[in-house]
Design a protein around this ligand. Structure first.
Ligand SMILES: Cc1cc2nc3c(=O)[nH]c(=O)nc-3n(C[C@H](O)[C@H](O)[C@H](O)COP(=O)(O)O)c2cc1C
Length: 312
């Protein structure tokens, strides 16, 4: 399976539920993200309530190469859901085996699959039967510090047919705390021939270079480092710093796109989290975030943010 178009030193935008929606991905693509993944889509949701769930899998051609991320725990249902997703003609399908959220883990999906490598391998091989595009798997270091199994687990997923492996080397118990253990990415890279996407704590060009140097991984994936900083892709690729004026222009575009796609009221409410990320760390920004929480006027919100960036 040819995966070079996804794995040859590419910058991946991590799937971030609630953040990397259509509008944000459009912005990240404009800023230089190479590979993008949908927010996670439930296999059961696709099968039992297709119209609602499939909305998360929507994308447009300019977002390619584009993968749709699926979560679930039943091999046959995952294969059936894959078949539904293929209608969208994605470039690859990704399996979420790392989500630590209670609701997902309680159903045996997400990071719970790391406790059941046999089932995880069955899911991979059932889904592979449906696919002639690459299948990637994304998982963590292990369940907790007593059960670190990323390398063994990765070998097993590669053996079952995974074409790409993405490792976020924190345990499920860590959630997002502490530091990710890049040594595991290096070990996994040495243990399998499958291309590896290194993920965890990348927030600058320097981090990208360190990740490649330390682990020899094939591509890198950026998550929280992009929240409130989609321009990071441009900064990494062009080795420059985006100035405050350009930053505000990107934020404005994001906000207006969101309104165009979701309607004004919904976009204003859903953009609050993103605007909080955009303004974090700026002088006197706490007051502005409070204001944004209650304001429903897009022009007033934009003016307040522009003022903040003018003072940087
Ligand atoms: C708000 C948020 C939502 C996330 N949603 C998903 C998701 O839907 N699917 C997934 O595989 N990982 C998800 N993750 C994990 C990220 O994709 C990534 O693996 C993790 O944040 C580590 O990378 P980072 O240190 O660059 O943030 C999420 C993380 C955050 C913070």
């Amino acid at each position: 399976m040819n995966t070079a178009f996804l794995t040859n030193k590419k910058l991946w935008l991590a799937p971030l539920a609630g953040i990397t929606d259509f509008a944000f991905r459009q912005i990240c693509k404009n800023c230089g993200a190479d590979v993008m993944v949908s927010e996670m889509v439930s296999a059961d949701g696709l099968i039992f309530n297709k119209n609602k769930s499939i909305a998360y899998a929507n994308f447009e051609d300019y977002q390619r190469p584009f993968g749709i991320q699926l979560f679930g725990s039943d091999p046959q249902r995952m294969a059936d859901a894959t078949k539904i997703l293929l209608e969208k003609k994605p470039d690859f399908i990704d399996i979420n085996m790392g989500c630590p959220v209670k609701k997902v883990v309680a159903r045996g999906a997400g990071s719970a699959l790391m406790k059941n490598p046999k089932l995880a391998a069955e899911i991979v091989s059932e889904m592979k039967k449906m696919l002639n595009i690459p299948l990637s798997v994304k998982f963590r270091a292990g369940w907790d510090f007593e059960h670190i199994n990323a390398v063994e687990f990765g070998k097993r997923m590669a053996g079952a047919g995974a074409d790409i492996i993405c490792l976020h080397p924190r345990t499920k118990s860590q959630m997002f705390s502490g530091k990710s253990n890049w040594n595991l990415i290096e070990k996994l890279k040495n243990a399998v021939k499958t291309p590896i996407i290194g993920n965890g704590d990348i927030a600058s060009k320097n981090d990208v270079e360190k990740m490649y140097a330390q682990t020899n991984c094939d591509s890198v994936m950026l998550g929280r480092g992009v929240m409130g900083r989609p321009w990071i892709f441009r900064e990494i690729k062009n080795n420059l710093e985006i100035n405050p004026k350009e930053k505000f222009a990107i934020i404005k575009k994001h906000f207006l796109l969101s309104i165009e796609q979701k309607g004004e009221k919904k976009a204003i409410i859903e953009m609050r989290t993103q605007l909080h990320h955009y303004t974090k760390g700026l002088r006197n920004s706490a007051k502005i975030r409070e204001f944004i929480n209650y304001c429903y006027d897009k022009n007033e919100i934009l003016k307040a943010i522009e003022n903040l960036f003018e003072k940087v």
